[in-house]
Design a protein around this ligand. Structure first.
Ligand SMILES: [Zn+2]
Length: 411
């Protein structure tokens, strides 16, 4: 394994992608150097088009959730701004990673889609020269959430890029990006990082015990953010434990309905925990921006304030709904992993169990049930995910799933 340092150090298990981006950053630096030499009147400077050798102005980074798409994009942005191509220590590196560099724009949305006006603003910016002497980097973290109009607006800039502008788009899979957009980008595919690599990073970065690091890495199935949360937050581990207690509660119809309600409530609770603080901060910021003073103070223009507050609350509701849906989806994936473990044991395969700590229960189920039934259980959970993605009321979808998970031997 090669020694990876600087801004690349925390990109877990992504060595091939890192190699491509480091080459690109070097080529980009070479091009800047060549241009500088040219404008300094050194006509004899090598006029090799460094921009062709590994560097390009539009990138599409794809990879499964939690594989580190946005961290990769930021690291690349930092490497482009850094005099040493991503040392990780200079101001350019630190501000690029933190999203405060004037030449690095990070766009992400908590909403269900990226609006066309947001993209138009970006495109306007992309036509300008960088504030500093290097590159203007525009990172769109949710390129899968571009509306059709927004994608059209972006397309022109991808086709006729400004000289020093670099676009970095991120999406879960290449199919999630509009074809016209992906055909204009160089594609980089991140992989699911291996358990051992994730565990190492958790230990190094958060000083958690080796056991906890391995547990979190395994339980997260390669999702770095989830692994971090599991390793560092007791309540996240507790919620996961509750999710995984669901199969043992499915003894009869009543148990199925109760378990379904508690799954949906767990997701709601997680979303509330994630949004409460954010909501309050945004509300305070809005009131400050509109000149509302003190507590309960009446602003000079209550009507304007009311409209703005209403808009903010609407956006927050959409975000809460999305977070709740994401949390529920994560819970369903944890359940898929549980039944997948049962299937692994039932088939006598020697793969690593995601839920090693539940091995007793998993083995008991594996011996009591035929593989066909276990497969049907996995299908039932996947069908529930599809139903929720298709906007079926979550409780209804989850109830029909828990009922389908009932095992005949237990009826
Ligand atoms: Zn640096």
């Amino acid at each position: 394994m090669s020694e990876v340092s600087g801004v690349w150090a925390d990109l877990v298990g992504q060595e091939p992608t890192v190699a491509v981006l480091r080459t690109a950053a070097r080529a980009a630096a070479a091009r800047l150097a060549a241009e500088a030499a040219k404008s300094a009147g050194e006509g004899a400077a090598p006029s090799q088009p460094a921009g062709r050798s590994g560097m390009t102005h539009a990138w599409l980074i794809t990879g499964p959730p939690g594989s580190g798409r946005s961290n990769t994009a930021r690291a690349f942005a930092a490497a482009l701004q850094c005099e040493r191509q991503g040392c990780g220590e200079c101001t350019a590196c630190r501000t690029s990673l933190a999203g405060t560099n004037p030449d690095v724009t990070l766009v992400r949305t908590e909403q269900l889609s990226l609006r066309v006006d947001e993209i138009r603003e970006l495109v306007r910016k992309s036509a300008m020269s960088p504030v500093g002497r290097r590159w203007q980097v525009l990172v769109v973290e949710d390129a899968d959430r571009l509306t059709e109009q927004a994608a059209d607006a972006l397309l022109k800039s991808l086709e006729e890029p400004a000289d020093r502008t670099v676009w970095v788009l991120c999406a879960p899979t290449v199919e999630d990006a509009v074809p016209t957009i992906r055909s204009r980008c160089r594609l980089l595919v991140l992989r699911t990082p291996p358990t051992t690599a994730v565990a190492q990073v958790l230990q190094r970065r958060y000083a958690v015990s080796p056991d906890l690091a391995v547990f979190a890495a395994r339980a997260s199935q390669g999702h770095i953010g989830r692994a971090r949360a599991l390793a560092t937050q007791e309540e996240v581990r507790a919620r996961r434990e509750q999710v995984l207690s669901v199969p043992s509660k499915l003894r009869d119809l009543a148990g199925c309905l109760t378990a379904a309600a508690s799954l949906v409530e767990l997701a709601a609770e997680e979303a509330r925990a994630a949004t409460a603080e954010l909501d309050a901060t945004e509300k305070a910021e809005l009131e400050r921006a509109l000149g509302v003073t003190g507590s309960g103070g009446r602003g000079p223009r209550p009507r304007q304030l009311q409209a703005a507050q209403k808009e903010l609350e609407d956006q927050q509701k959409v975000r809460a709904k999305r977070l709740q849906r994401d949390a529920l989806d994560r819970a369903l994936l944890d359940l898929v992993a549980f039944y997948r473990d049962v299937l692994v044991v039932a088939l006598g395969a020697s793969a690593e169990l995601v839920n090693e700590e539940l091995r007793d229960d998993i083995e008991r189920r594996a011996h009591a049930n035929r593989p066909e039934l276990i497969l049907r259980q996995i299908d039932a959970i996947l069908a529930c995910r599809d139903a929720i993605a298709a906007n079926v009321a979550p409780l209804l979808a989850v109830e029909s799933m828990t009922i389908a998970l009932l095992e005949p031997t237990r009826r």
